[in-house]
Write a protein that binds this ligand. Structure first.
Ligand code: ZN
Length: 135
């Protein structure tokens, strides 16, 4: 339990990585890292896909990166209708980790290679998530 508060619209109530939401509420965006082989995961996984270990730790993702690619949604899925248009993209931290997130900027302001920071966000209805913003 505890995952209902994630995202604009949460479609998942239960997960082994529900601590992710608690961390977001503390202002931290964290993934998981395997204690056995060091593989890093974002979104966080409870089990390592590389070595099948269940021994995982949490790590805070880097704060700054660059937009690698992006797209703008002009038609939204259920629960996101009021947000259109909105832009999503992949941020590359340059250390082998990447993250997919909304970009808090007008579509015409977003460019590949743009410096961004990753931050947590609390929506007006109390849902929590994370997003990129111009650095
Ligand atoms: Zn592993």
């Amino acid at each position: 339990m505890g995952f209902e508060k994630f995202g604009r619209k949460s479609f998942t109530g239960m997960t082994k990585t529900a601590k992710f939401v608690d961390l977001l509420q503390e202002g931290k965006v964290e993934g998981t890292v395997c204690k056995q082989c060091g593989a890093k995961y974002f979104p966080p996984r409870a089990d390592c896909a590389a070595c099948l270990s269940k021994e995982m730790d949490w790590f805070e993702v880097p704060k700054k990166g660059k937009v690698e690619t992006f797209t703008t949604a002009y038609y939204a899925p259920f629960g996101f209708e009021k947000d259109c248009p909105y832009t999503m993209g992949v941020v590359d931290f340059g250390d082998g980790t990447k993250l997919f997130a909304r970009i808090a900027a007008k579509p015409e302001e977003v460019q590949v290679g743009m410096d961004v920071t990753v931050r947590t966000i609390t929506y007006e209805d109390g849902q929590v998530s994370f997003e990129m913003a111009k650095a």
